[in-house]
Design a protein around this ligand. Structure first.
Ligand code: HEM
Length: 270
């Protein structure tokens, strides 16, 4: 990619970033605007942009999550404003992810990706965007109940692999999904069919008081989230699965294709 367009990319990245505390990337991406990277030269620049892109996407997801929490938890919140803000942040995350898909060099990705593998001495999974707690939070807030009815495996995997997620954020989500707010059980009754899915964890109860335009705005947010998931699936296939690079965030018993479309709802039952 020409230096000029990368520069534009960086300026664009700078504009959208409002900084997130927890990134899903390994510690090497430690400092926010100047991540430490493993590689030098062109591979180092690409690796740095990979880290910054993840940080920016996480910060956009945080803003989308905050807007949805405001709508769910604040009695007189302006529903239109909350959903419009959520939509704008998700679109911005889609923009950065699309830049990955269109511009990241597969060769340079291959060079730095080797440093983000599984720990060879432990039988554990490696660093993966799969363990982005904010992706889970936005999905639960927007369509948590539909996801449970259509893709219960998503929740089973979430609780089974909870140790891999940033703990503060994922425990917050588990508290939303637990009937007793004090705790975050790792085997909630609803997951085993012993109780109803906790709709109050989502924005659905609030949305019942809104129709028309507000309802359309919510549908636009769901579509933006699905576009992110589909663009991500294409990115994962292009850069990791099709070139046969190691899959680090999926267990041997799992199917990577199924994992990559696990958070997608079927059209008619949105
Ligand atoms: C830019 C290049 C990216 C590539 C090549 C990529 C590749 C992959 C691959 C191969 C998987 C399967 C599990 C694994 O092996 O880790 C995966 C899963 C996943 N990644 Fe990424 N990823 C990228 C960026 C991101 C970003 C920026 C996020 C969001 C913060 C993200 C979130 C996820 C999620 C949530 C999953 C689980 C499947 C899903 O629910 O959609 N990934 N990714």
């Amino acid at each position: 990619m020409k230096e000029s367009s990368r520069l534009t990319a960086r300026q664009c990245l700078a504009q959208t970033s409002n900084g997130s505390q927890e990134s899903t990337r390994p510690t090497s991406c430690s400092s926010k605007n100047d991540p430490r990277v493993y590689c030098l030269g062109a591979a180092g620049v690409e690796e740095r942009d990979f880290c910054l892109g993840h940080q920016i996407i996480e910060s956009e997801l945080q803003s989308a999550m905050d807007a949805l929490l405001n709508l769910r938890d604040v009695a007189d919140a302006d529903a239109g404003q909350c959903l419009a803000l959520c939509l704008a942040r998700l679109e911005s995350a889609n923009y950065v992810l699309t830049r990955f898909y269109e511009h990241m060099s597969p060769d340079l990705f291959g060079q730095f990706r080797v440093f983000y593998g599984k720990n060879p001495y432990k039988n554990t999974l490696g660093p993966s965007g799969r363990f982005s707690a904010r992706i889970v939070a936005v999905s639960v807030l927007l369509i948590g109940e539909q996801l449970f009815h259509q893709k219960p495996q998503f929740y089973r995997d979430l609780y089974r692999l909870s140790e891999y997620y940033p703990q503060r954020c994922i425990r917050e989500v588990f508290r939303w999904l637990s009937s007793d707010k004090g705790s975050a059980p790792l085997k909630p009754g609803w997951l085993e069919g012993k109780a109803d899915f906790p709709r109050i964890a989502t924005i659905s109860p609030v949305m019942e008081h809104h129709g028309g335009e507000i309802g359309m705005l919510r549908t636009s947010c769901i579509c933006a989230r699905d576009r992110f998931t589909r663009m991500h699936r294409s990115t994962a296939l292009k850069y990791t699965v099709e070139p046969g690079r190691p899959i680090v965030g999926v267990e041997v018993s799992e199917n990577v294709e199924a994992v990559l479309s696990q958070r997608l709802l079927t059209e008619e039952r949105r």
